[in-house]
Ligand binder design. Sequence first.
Ligand code: URA
Length: 236
Amino acid sequence: MRLDKYISQTGTASRKECARAARAGLILVNGIAVRDVSAHIDENSAEVVFCGKTVLWRRYTYVMLHKPAGVVCTTEDTPRSVMRLLPPEFARRGMFPCGRLDADTVGLLLITNDGPLAHALLSPRHHVEKVYTYICDPPITHRQLSQLEAGVDIDGYLTKPARVEAQSPDRGRIAVTEGKYHQIKRMFAAVGSKIVFLKREQFGPLVLDPSLAEGTWRYLTDAEIASLPYMQNLSE
Ligand code: URA
């Protein structure tokens, strides 16, 4: 694999930054400065140090996106696709949104090309918790809140227990362990209210980075990657 591809895929630096660092002799491969970023290295055995920091190579790439309203969770190359908010090479590398948020829902979306991880996070068997902040209209009573927590009937399906922390009758946080189509909107509809704003704050162990503006993204940190359920199984 090309040296700049190897480094950029880990999220350490862009290819441009690699070229600059290499010219300055700041990229070492097996202890030797490599000034040509097109040089090929063996990704399974090479020890790469970028500006004094050892680069850990990963087969897959993991990105946290703060999804804005108006974009669609699809890998299709359409003008409203969420993939248009990311560098085009991500789609070429087979990256996709892990699960779906509605077009009008904002918040944390994981973009990866790690199929087994996506399966682990999305499988209903794994009960991965998703936390949303919501605003509803009309406001809900304590009784309706308790109904949401206990489980409500959405088109013949009884939702699993949820946690709701209301800040006021029309807004709060709801945590669910399922991901049915339009789940939160249908749950509120089942108790006679309507979601007018929905933002995903947490997806399993991942928490939306408050410094990420809507429409922007960053690579997951090593600690965030290590916290993902499938990674924990791998390291057991
Ligand atoms: N539930 C919904 O209704 N919409 C979303 O986007 C996510 C969860």
